[in-house]
Design a protein around this ligand. Structure first.
Ligand code: SAM
Length: 235
């Protein structure tokens, strides 16, 4: 991967960035995404936010090497603290982290999202946390993609301001992904079902405390939801 050639995962994130937008890429190790988009003439300005010094320095180097120091500002900051109201950021990308971390970044910095119209996230795991955050914070899910790269499955979620109603199954598997129903989607949830069956068997062998019983019920509920989705049954 470099500033001219992104991984498929980041290419899909890039494809959802609106033309001529002002972008903040949070967790911008190497600043590959903003440099790529600037090289393609797709964005007006960008902020690359990084909380760790090493990746922050790598990002600063790449921005300088590409001659973009006047249009991409690299900032050492935690999450959305990288952006100020006066930046007029319209699009935020957060990729390559767990869904729980992405959610905590969004929650901690939601007062910084004043001008933001679109948030594109690529959680490595636990996308449900972001979907739940979206509902609670009046964002809706306008698009989603799922892909397989280097034997790993990734999801990309596109949020925009608005309200929508989602079922438990929508929040778990993705309201858009379940309708696109790609082979990767099918494979992910079949794999997940097998894993949950193993968990249920292990929990059945354990001492039946209230906590274990609750956990079993939760896993069982997820199994039922996903089975129905894969069988095209409405919940
Ligand atoms: N976004 C790039 C991508 O998708 O390829 C880099 C992903 S890398 C695995 C995650 C990056 O996020 C790391 O460089 C890490 O330091 C940074 N990061 C983690 N928590 C952060 C936070 N709260 N604020 C800013 N950056 C953060």
């Amino acid at each position: 991967m470099n500033t001219n050639q992104l991984s498929e995962r980041l290419s899909i994130v890039a494809s959802f960035v609106p033309k001529d937008t002002v972008l903040a890429d949070i967790g911008s190790d190497h600043a590959y995404l903003p440099c790529y988009l600037m090289n393609k003439g797709k964005i007006r300005r960008a902020i690359a936010g990084e909380v760790v010094k090493g990746p922050f320095e790598a990002a600063s180097r790449n921005v300088a090497l590409n001659g973009f120091t006047d249009r991409i500002e690299v900032r050492l900051a935690n999450g959305l603290q990288a952006i100020e109201e006066t930046d007029h950021v319209e699009t935020v990308t957060i990729a390559g982290m767990g869904g729980t971390l992405i959610t905590s970044i969004l929650e901690a910095g939601k007062d910084r999202l004043t001008h933001v119209q679109r948030i594109i996230v690529q959680p490595n795991l636990h996308a449900i946390a972001i979907r739940e955050w979206a509902v609670e914070n009046e964002f809706c899910i306008v698009d989603e993609e799922i892909l397989l790269e280097d034997s790993k499955i990734y999801e990309v979620l596109v949020l925009e301001r608005g309200t929508a109603e989602y079922s438990k199954a929508d929040l778990l598997v993705g309201p858009v992904l379940r309708h696109k129903r790609s082979n990767v989607f099918q494979a992910k949830w079949e794999r997940e079902l097998q894993e949950w069956q193993r968990v249920i068997k292990a929990l059945e062998k354990a001492e039946q405390t209230e906590e274990i019983k609750q956990k079993r019920a939760n896993v069982q509920e997820n199994i039922e939801l996903v089975r129905k989705v894969l069988a095209h049954e409405e919940e």
